[in-house]
Design a protein around this ligand. Sequence first.
Ligand SMILES: NC(=O)c1ccc[n+]([C@@H]2O[C@H](COP(=O)([O-])OP(=O)(O)OC[C@H]3O[C@@H](n4cnc5c(N)ncnc54)[C@H](OP(=O)(O)O)[C@@H]3O)[C@@H](O)[C@H]2O)c1
Length: 334
Amino acid sequence: MWAITLGATFGVEHLQTVERAVPEPAADQVLIRVRAASLNYRDWEVINGQYHQVFPQGLVPLSDGAGEIVAVGREVTGFQPGDAVMGHFWQGWQAGGFDQALQAQTLGGPLDGMLAEYRVLPARGVMRSPAHLSHAQAACLPCAAVTAWQALVTEGRLCAGQWVLVQGTGGVSLFALQFAKLHGARVLVLSSSDEKLARARQLGADATLNYRTQPAWGAAVQALTGGVHHVVEVGGPGSFAQSFQALHPGGQINVIGYLGGKAGEINPLQVLQTQARVRGIAVGPASSVQAMCQAISASSLQPQIDQVFERDAVADAFAHLAAGRHMGKVVLSL
Ligand SMILES: NC(=O)c1ccc[n+]([C@@H]2O[C@H](COP(=O)([O-])OP(=O)(O)OC[C@H]3O[C@@H](n4cnc5c(N)ncnc54)[C@H](OP(=O)(O)O)[C@@H]3O)[C@@H](O)[C@H]2O)c1
């Protein structure tokens, strides 16, 4: 089988295509023929050696993938060959609170990821894909969608009528928009592009603002919404102060990404004055994936795919992601 791995030097141009033996599933494992993988910002960092952990040559990158089961171990129940599945980002986090010991069990580093023809995973490390989704659509779910669900629904207990502030129009943010609308919430989308904002309105956004032309957007969000109850904070330190200004008293800020940089300051007084609830989100456990898939199936929700690239265009796909031209998910067909 083929697999694509990190090379001796970091960078997409140094990825290597290698031949490996098709793995045999152990008693509790399933063997998956991977059909699609989606790109996350994290994958870009891993491949370029910029992630907070550095992984060695030979690692198979990409956290998100979906395909069909082709063989199951003798103790596996609940799955059979032909089932469409996707891998869990966290291979060991089933439910409940986060445990640092789980850090070693994420796909796409330190565990091998999904950019390979076949992947063997423990049966508890996969989830049946929602039946109405293609492999390409299912491959969008494990990181981006689960993160949005964990922030707004599992942890945030989102209610109808509340306002959600979504930063940008990438993978996490568009799932957050879709899940918020599914729950009857109102959504304000920020983007650097007026064209993307127009498309966000077509997807259900109730209000939009351009964060490039209006960098001090906090007060404007406050004026438009009366204060947002949930922030999907992917900008990081650069946007954090604005998020506080946009917040409804007692609102929640979900710290998810750092697209605007890693260094900055937090004034604890702002937390006190706004009675904000600020929490870090690290994707989510299998229990969240299950609840999310149930909602996606019940609502026939369609993940927003920006573009599908073929396997031999991995470099083009990452260039597209890095340029920020995309809206929603960038997918590889395998
Ligand atoms: N903690 C977790 O569990 C978790 C899980 C998944 C992702 N993440 C992180 O969340 C972030 C988003 O991930 P993603 O996969 O959704 O990325 P993505 O698909 O690459 O989305 C990036 C988009 O975010 C917007 N953006 C760029 N710089 C921004 C800034 N300074 N402020 C606000 N928005 C900005 C842009 O949208 P416009 O073009 O519309 O401006 C850009 O297209 C990344 O930092 C990623 O590492 C964290």
